[in-house]
Design a protein around this ligand. Structure first.
Ligand code: SAM
Length: 449
């Protein structure tokens, strides 16, 4: 324990790396701090809410409501072909619409193509870049090997609240679903995540040093590498779950413990960021703290399926749109391949694929939400606001990237962060901090001579 905390405070490798960066900085006379662009003040942004744009749009036709996606040969081939179930024809016939014609304008008016209860517009007032081509899906869809079984028979009476009626939130007795959300209802009667739960989630996410990590006995991430020697698990952040009422519960559809399953309820817009982060997502209305914004939707893949996609791809940033469903990893002795799941929104996804990263103090946080599946291998990743958010503010989340390390296992590869946070993790240390670190470095070596 003592050694662990000492290595956390003093990492020789990190110190050497910082020193090299500092020497380079001193030589060039520039620091990332000086280069960091502050985020645009939302109040100064001119927004075209009606969705009219001057760009071309390249969205493909939306996927039908399916729970199984066909096998795809997605990889480094830009002309990806979908091989089975006649999807190849559907794709090539409707792909891609890249012109300033009527359907492009329609796409800009509603990125979701009518599949959400609200239209989600798209604007680009910064450059002439076209939005990426992807299939909008409002709900997760299983790709191939992932084991996701929504059978009612799998939900035991202690995994739902069959004896409840009406609205569980207003009932005097705590329902069985609430007991699985840490012993209380996660939501207020206004449909917001309760303050205490939100603050606990923020604390768990904010400081990587204080995160509680769960370790798998045999980690699917390491297993996928197929190396001769299986590396130990690097750990998965422990998270609080929300359990929502569902089909087998006795309450009605309007029950206050059903929020994420109702879908997007606040007006959102995809827009081109001015800071060079590419496309981003913003709210068009003021949001209170704890409000549900959207869930991260994509193809449900096993980790090894995702690993194969990434390793076959020549563009290492292509899979920046994927997230692990690892909140439960490390709880069991051994996780089977088909139970170690992740979401990939690269080719099929929803608006969440546009959410950019902000270090330390983003205005969104992801919380695992259990709706259909009692085993927690599969769950929904839902984004809620961490504070009040003003209309036209960009919505951001912390990807959990450590810009210092060459973290090869992270699905999103490190980029030059332009989040503008005062506590941005990719900002190199200032000259004074640098001098101090050099001093500590020499002290350390002197004391070891
Ligand atoms: C999930 S995508 C987010 C949407 C993306 N901006 C787009 O145009 O599709 C993640 C990618 O967005 C970019 N990005 C996200 N946050 C950023 C940040 N704070 N600074 C710079 N680039 C960022 C990086 O290229 C990253 O790999």
């Amino acid at each position: 324990m003592h050694t662990k905390s000492w290595t956390r405070i003093f990492s020789v490798k990190k110190l050497m790396k910082d020193m090299c960066e500092c020497f380079l900085d001193l030589g060039s006379g520039s620091t990332a701090e000086l280069n960091a662009t502050p985020p645009t003040d939302p109040s100064e942004t001119h927004v075209n809410v009606d969705g009219s744009i001057s760009t071309e749009v390249g969205f493909t036709a939306a996927a039908p409501e399916i729970t199984k996606l066909p096998s795809t040969s997605i990889g480094n081939d830009p002309d990806k072909q979908i091989e089975q179930n006649g999807f190849a024809n559907m794709e090539s016939e409707s792909l891609p619409v890249v012109s300033n014609n009527h359907s492009a304008a329609d796409d800009a008016e509603d990125v979701a193509k009518g599949q959400e209860s609200l239209k989600i517009s798209l604007v680009n007032e910064v450059n002439s870049e076209c939005p990426p081509s992807f299939n909008y899906i409002p709900r997760n869809a299983v790709f191939q090997n992932a084991y996701v079984n929504f059978s009612l028979a799998r939900i035991g009476d202690d995994n739902c609240c069959p004896k409840c009626f009406g609205d569980c939130l207003t009932s005097l007795k705590l329902c069985l679903c609430a007991l699985q959300s840490g012993g209380e209802f996660a939501y207020t009667t206004e449909g917001l995540v309760k303050e205490e739960l939100m603050d606990e989630c923020i604390k768990m996410n904010r400081d990587p040093e204080k995160r509680c990590l769960l370790y798998c006995k045999e980690c699917p991430v390491e297993r996928s590498k197929n190396d001769e020697i299986l590396e130990p698990c690097k750990g998965h952040v422990e998270r609080s779950f929300i359990k929502e009422c569902w089909l087998k519960c006795g309450c009605n559809k309007q029950c206050g413990n059903r929020v994420v399953q109702r879908g997007i309820k606040h007006k959102l817009q995809v827009f081109m960021t001015a800071e060079g982060k590419g496309w981003g997502l913003r709210t068009l209305e003021d949001l209170p703290k704890g409000a549900f914004v959207c869930e991260y939707v994509g193809e449900v893949l096993t980790y090894s399926e995702l690993y194969n996609r990434v390793s076959q791809s020549s563009n290492k940033n292509e899979y920046a749109h994927s997230m692990l469903l690892d909140a439960d990893w490390g709880e069991e002795t051994e996780l089977k391949d088909e139970e170690a799941l992740c979401l990939d929104a690269t080719h099929y996804g929803n608006v969440a694929r546009f959410i950019n990263h902000r270090c330390y103090d983003p205005n969104l946080i992801e919380i695992p939400v259990e709706v259909e599946n009692p085993d927690r291998h599969y769950y929904h990743l839902a984004f809620f606001t961490t504070r009040k958010v003003k209309a036209f503010e960009e919505l951001t989340r912390d990807y959990g990237i450590n810009f210092d390390d060459d973290d090869d296992d992270h699905l999103v590869k490190a980029f030059e962060c332009k989040c503008g946070s005062r506590l941005c993790r990719s900002i190199k240390p200032s000259t004074s901090k640098c001098v101090l670190r050099i001093y500590i470095f020499f002290l350390f070596f002197a004391s070891n001579l």
